[in-house]
Structure formats: structure tokens, C-alpha cells
Design a binder for this molecule. Structure first.
Ligand code: GLA
Length: 394
């Protein structure tokens, strides 16, 4: 909805009054570099034009009220008891972020908030990172104003508080990619991010007549979070085994393919070996992507995307029939030069590079085939690449 519509909804819900403000932060699509952020690797996400917009107005008590435009739940948080809301079905991201900021000395200010989410929930496009980062920015802005601090909010810190909320509040040991992309995105650019040091660079996306098409499996999420944590543990086990011969290695992504091949005998568990192989070669694919994109070779980038998916399917085992079907069908379209799952996997979305004029055919044929094989329809999106977290002036 537009800002004007959101303001009207806000007033309907919380009543008339001055001082309504708007904060936004987007979701992301990761172009390549999957499941390596928590292994200190390079990732290459881009922020979307869609995500979360919050309408907010300060209160003069210790209460935070939360509501979303598309959900029935109404949640009230007590600022003096922010640790108490971990079991909320909706509202726990916001409570977790507020608690993380409070623990670090921010003054959490009571307010009424209305969230407008323009990405599918649980769809693998990091709608949750959008909620977290927008919430962090809103609370940090109010805190700075209360305390007379006249400096811009540090968005990298907001990404880190958001990740902390995922770890400590939600219970997912995620890497930093999603929150960083949401906080630091830039219009029409992808972000090359080195996840161990948080060094980053914005890279203009010159798609050379190709569109980024996102397809949603529409699969219900199920056990995704516990499987995600299981992969993190398998990587930690792999690192421990490699440390027997490579004691100085702190992150799996410090290892090049050559070093991996020379030391893989140290990994005694077949499953762990596959996980580590994915991580090492995926990091290498990101570095290769940068080279080919700098050389303007988009076809070679498409090939690397394909390689990424195949490795996530065979070695990391996070795809499943729904994602694999979308990718297989996408690759049958002659205008497709690369197709892969994006995000955590186990459902969620794929990202494909498709010749602009072939997009209608892509949507029709992939949609039809998926429906026939899986039994329900996928969704397709062509979101733009947008800016990261910001306050929106009316
Ligand atoms: C999820 C996590 C990210 C990242 C991806 C996989 O989106 O939140 O930190 O690990 O999965 O690349």
C-alpha cells in the first residue's frame, strides 16, 4: 500500500494525532554464494524494492503496540519486560530486536506500530530481515532523538542487532547476509560482502538484456529452521576435523579448492565431506562470478548460478523436489541462462536470469509444468533492486 494508505490504516487502528513517521527496509534476493555466510565466505545478494514499511507514532508510556496490515494478531509489549515474548507467533522479531538494542544501551521508546509487508512471509526472500532491520532503525532513531544524539544510525550495527535477535530470540543461527543486504542495499546494485570481516562493495548490476525472475515454490516451510541449524553444525564439525591438519583455519571459506582437495582425507564423515565441498566450491564460484561480471560475461555468470544450485542439491542437500522442479523447468526455456534456489532452501524461491523477451514464456511454461508435477501453482515476481533501510518522509 502507499504511504498515504498506510497512514489512513494507522489512524483507523490507533486514532488521530500528529507525529506519524515511516521506516522501511527491504527483503533480498541472493544471486550467488549460498550457505557460506556463516562460514566466513563471500556472498552476492541484492536488496529488493519490496519488504517492510512501518508506520509509527510515539507514546508517552512503556508500551509498544504492534499490528500488521495483513494479519489479525495484535500484540502489546512491555518495554520493561522485553525478554518475555519469545513464544509469540508474530511479533517476536520486533521484541527480539528491541531487546537487543536495549541490552546495548539504547532507550526503547513506547510507540504504536503498524507493519506493511510486501513480500510473502516465509518465502525465502528475507521478509523477516526486512521487519527486523526496519524495526531496529525505528527504535534506534527514537532512542538517539531522546538522548540528543545527532548522528545517523549505523546501519551495519542495525544488521548485527537484527542477527542477534534471530540467534537469541528466534533461535535460528543465521549468518549476516540477509540483515546486511536489507540494511545496506543500494538501488540497482548487488553487494559483494565478505562475511567474516563485513567488508563490502556495491556492484552495479548490468543485466545486458536479461531479467531477474524470482519464482516461489509456495511450499509450506515446515522444518526449515531446524534443518538450517543442522547444516551449521555439520560445517562446524567439518572445520573441527580439518583443524587437525590445518590448525589456523577459522572459517571453512578460508580454504581454497586446492587446499580442500589436498586435505579432504581429514574429514572422516561422508555427509560432512559433502557439506564442506559445497562451501569451499561455492565460495570459489562467488569469486569467479565477480571476475566474469566485471568482464561483462553474463552467460558465464549464469553457468556459475547453475553450478551453485547443483551443488546445493547434491552436496548440501537443501533443495527438494519443489525447488529442483522449478530449476529444471526454468533451464528448459531457451532464454534462461542460469537458474538456482536462493536463500536457505527447503522450499522458498528460485532466481533465474531470463532474456527479457522470454519472460512471458518462462512464466507460462514453468508455471504449467510445476503445477502438473507438484500439484499446485508457483508464484512469479519481477521485483526491482532497491535501497536498504531508511526513514521515508511523507
Ligand atoms: C538464510 C540465512 C542466511 C544465509 C542463507 C543461506 O537466508 O538467514 O544467513 O545463511 O539462508 O545462504
Amino acid at each position: 500500500m502507499t504511504i498515504t494508505e498506510l497512514k489512513q490504516e494507522f489512524i483507523k487502528l490507533y486514532g488521530e494525532g500528529e507525529g506519524i513517521r515511516f521506516f522501511a527496509s527491504p527483503g533480498r534476493v541472493n544471486l550467488i554464494g549460498e550457505h557460506i555466510d556463516y562460514n566466513g565466505g563471500y556472498v552476492f545478494p541484492a536488496a529488493l524494492t519490496n519488504g517492510t514499511v512501518i508506520a509509527l507514532r510515539e507514546r508517552d508510556d512503556n508500551i509498544i503496540r504492534l499490528k500488521a496490515t495483513d494479519l489479525e494478531d495484535r500484540v502489546t509489549l512491555d518495554i520493561n519486560d522485553l525478554g518475555a515474548y519469545k513464544d509469540l507467533k508474530w511479533g517476536n522479531y520486533q521484541a527480539g530486536v528491541a531487546e537487543a538494542l536495549q541490552k546495548d544501551g539504547y532507550t526503547i521508546v513506547g510507540c504504536d506500530m503498524l507493519f506493511d509487508d510486501t513480500l510473502p512471509h516465509g518465502g525465502g526472500l528475507s521478509s523477516s530481515a526486512g521487519i527486523e532491520v526496519a524495526t531496529a532503525l525505528a527504535f534506534a532513531t527514537l532512542s538517539n532523538e531522546k538522548n540528543g544524539i545527532d548522528e545517523p544510525v549505523d546501519m551495519i550495527k542495525m544488521a548485527l542487532y537484527s542477527q542477534q535477535a534471530e540467534h537469541e530470540y528466534v533461535g535460528v543461527n543465521c549468518g549476516i547476509m540477509d540483515q546486511f543486504a536489507s540494511a545496506m542495499g543500494k538501488k540497482d546494485c548487488a553487494i559483494l560482502l565478505k562475511c567474516d570481516t563485513l567488508e563490502y562493495q556495491h556492484t552495479p548490476l548490468d543485466m545486458k538484456g536479461y531479467s531477474i525472475v524470482i519464482a516461489n515454490t509456495n511450499k509450506k516451510r515446515g522444518l526449515a529452521d531446524s534443518k538450517y541449524n543442522e547444516r551449521c553444525e555439520e560445517c562446524a564439525a567439518g572445520l573441527k576435523m580439518l583443524n587437525a591438519g590445518l590448525p589456523d583455519v577459522k572459517f571453512l571459506c578460508e580454504i581454497t579448492p586446492d587446499v580442500f582437495e589436498a586435505n579432504k582425507h581429514l574429514i572422516t564423515d561422508e555427509t560432512v565431506l559433502k557439506r564442506v565441498r559445497h562451501v569451499v566450491y561455492e565460495n570459489d564460484r562467488v569469486l569467479k562470478s565477480l571476475k566474469v561480471l566485471n568482464a561483462g560475461d553474463i552467460l558465464a555468470f549464469g553457468q556459475l548460478m547453475n553450478g551453485s544450485h547443483d551443488s546445493l542439491r547434491d552436496d548440501y542437500e537443501v533443495t527438494g523436489i519443489e525447488l529442483d522442479t522449478l530449476v529444471d523447468e526454468a533451464r528448459k526455456i531457451s532464454g534462461t541462462i542460469g537458474s538456482r534456489m536462493t536463500g536457505a532452501g527447503f522450499g522458498g524461491c528460485t532466481v533465474s536470469l531470463v532474456k527479457e523477451e522470454a519472460v512471458p514464456e518462462f512464466i507460462e511454461k514453468v508455471g504449467k509444468a510445476y503445477n502438473e508435477i507438484i500439484g499446485y501453482a508457483p508464484s512469479f515476481y519481477q521485483f526491482g533492486i532497491g535501497d536498504g533501510g531508511r526513514e521515508i518522509k511523507e
